[in-house]
Design a protein around this ligand. Structure first.
Ligand code: B12
Length: 486
């Protein structure tokens, strides 16, 4: 008999403000399952409701139902659907996979409604599970057995050349907004930055070759896409692949955006990407302090950062820099140096965008240990982790409020889009400009208002879902007392 399974991509808070990206995690796993002859249904809870999933699961009662979970608010919705499934389809085993369960498998499994966890890539491990392989033989599977935990380690890294995107399993129009969509052509990264999840997963870089990329992109173009954001951690890693892809982008008239390391940028590459329709290059700049760049193992220099501003300015390619504050051991002087570097680079290339985020210590990364020494206390349950946000500082940070104000100010000053704001928001932006110019990040009313508004929006969104889109009761009360280490 043909095996059947359901894969779920839980809702992400605030996703209506972003273009909903295709749920690649479950799409790739679904493709591996299809190849093994398994019948798969995908539910994306940014579009479907919990009732839709419960209804489908009650009808087909699959042995396993998989959920894809990222650290942050997605956990909240994942818990809601998990609870609803547990109550309505008790015979199905509920499997959590994705970056959060991978990083914290034991804590995830500790939740009474999570039956199994898969650590790392799900293509092979989940397929083996659905095909009834003995649990102990599945690399990557973590499960409870007679009050003991069996930890099958990290699942093998998926070879990208073995998977494609099964668009027929979802409605692709959901993910293409006015021609804009996102694509993923490679996984992993050859670098080992001490703050990044790649340091935990030891993910080597692996990507589709140029022909495979073109086949997949042809498909997206046929579906109406003409503006693509590449999600790859390290899109430019394989230079030969990039050289073949650029003429293709040019020929197709694609607008596209991808991440590049500042040390890989040369004037000639900048000219080539511009000619090939590149809309924007994203750079992980992280810090202006040479000491901190070293601590982050970023393997870039401040000189290269500044040089990238000169190159993007002279060639006329839009650039977007992401910076971090609140890095372990960071001193006020380090922070001043970072701000001075950003300002200096902004003078060189005023069209470049930037944003400063607050460092988040992810368990398993080398910097996490340092953050613990500095007093970081991390949530002890899934609900606690659902409050994680890059705009909110953790309570251990000595000058957390200032960091939050700095992060918010940077978004208001560094984003071109905000510059077009009119009315009361223009006043907020003018205020942020003043703060930025005078480096006055104390006593912030904006952060206070921002936190209230975001909590309100989140609450409204949840009650909206609860009252109209899903009749399934929210069952988070058990752990809801716990707020994320604030
Ligand atoms: C696109 C993206 C987003 C999009 C959403 C994605 C979407 N589909 O809509 C947006 C912009 C909304 C987003 C938001 C956030 N993101 Co994000 N995002 C990414 C990004 C760039 C790509 C995700 C992706 O498609 N990956 C490709 C798929 C194939 O890989 P995968 O998801 O890891 O899935 C594989 C395995 O994990 C596993 N797996 C996954 N699901 C399942 C399910 C089952 C059942 C099984 C068995 C296995 C399994 O198998 C999959 C296939 O091999 C990643 C970085 C990356 N390259 O992965 C960061 C990343 C996942 N994001 C990250 C973070 C921190 C966030 C935020 C928390 C940031 C913040 N603080 O605000 C928010 C949280 C969102 C929320 N509200 O909950 C971190 C995660 C770290 C962590 N511990 O969770 C990452 C790794 C970036 C980084 N380098 O730090 N993100």
């Amino acid at each position: 008999m043909t095996k059947h399974t359901i894969l779920i991509y839980p809702d992400l808070a605030y996703s209506e403000f972003q273009r909903p990206a295709p749920p690649y995690s479950v799409l790739f796993i679904a493709n591996a399952l299809q190849k093994a002859g398994v019948d798969v249904e995908i539910f994306d809870l940014r579009h479907d409701t919990i009732d839709d999933v419960v209804h489908a699961a009650a009808k087909s009662t699959p042995d396993y139902i998989g959920l894809s979970v990222m650290t942050g608010p997605q956990i909240r919705n994942a818990l809601e659907v998990t609870k609803a499934l547990r109550q309505n389809v008790p015979e199905s085993k509920l499997v959590w996979g994705g970056i959060h369960p991978t990083i914290l498998p034991l804590q995830t499994l500790h939740h009474p409604d999570v039956d199994l966890v898969i650590q790392g890539d799900g293509e092979r491990a989940y397929t083996q599970l659905v095909q009834n392989m003995a649990w102990k033989r599945i690399q990557g599977l973590v499960f409870k057995q007679k009050n003991r935990i069996h930890n099958g380690g990290l699942a093998p890294h998926t070879d990208m050349s073995t998977v494609t995107v099964p668009w027929e399993l979802v409605d692709p129009r959901r993910y293409i907004t006015r021609g804009r969509t996102s694509a993923l052509t490679s996984r992993g990264c050859p670098y080992r930055c001490t703050f990044c999840y790649n340091a935990i997963l030891r993910q080597p870089w692996r990507g589709w070759n140029a022909q495979q990329c073109q086949r997949e992109l042809d498909h997206l173009i046929a579906l109406g896409a003409d503006d693509i954001l590449f999600f790859d951690d390290a899109f430019f890693t394989n230079k030969a692949r990039v050289r073949k892809l650029l003429p293709y982008f040019h020929k197709e008239g694609l607008a596209w955006t991808a991440e590049l390391r500042v040390d890989q940028l040369t004037s000639s590459l900048a000219r080539d990407v511009k000619r090939a329709g590149c809309k924007c290059l994203f750079f992980g700049a992280e810090s202006g302090s040479p000491r901190l760049l070293q601590l982050l193992n970023k393997k870039i220099t401040v000189h290269q950062l500044v040089r990238s501003s000169k190159i993007t300015k002279s060639v006329g390619v839009r650039a977007d820099y992401s910076w971090m504050v609140g890095i372990p051991t960071e001193t006020p002087e380090d922070r001043r140096v970072t701000i001075a570097t950003i300002k200096g680079m902004h003078r060189i290339n005023p069209e470049a965008e930037f944003v400063i985020k607050i460092f988040t210590p992810y368990p398993g990364t080398p910097l996490f240990e340092m953050a613990l020494k500095e007093g970081a206390r991390l949530p002890q349950s899934l609900t606690g982790w659902s409050g994680f946000s890059r705009y909110r500082g953790l309570s251990y940070l000595r000058d957390r409020r200032q960091l939050e104000t700095l992060a918010l100010t940077s978004a208001l000053v560094g984003r071109q889009m905000i510059h077009t704001l009119r009315g009361p928001l223009a006043v907020v932006r003018a205020f942020a400009q003043f703060r930025w110019q005078h480096e006055a990040f104390g006593l912030s009313i904006e952060s206070f208002v921002f936190n209230i508004v975001s909590s309100f929006l989140e609450g409204r969104r949840r009650s909206f879902r609860g009252s109209t889109r899903s009749r399934t009761k929210s069952l988070l009360t058990q752990e809801s007392e716990e707020t994320f280490a604030r």
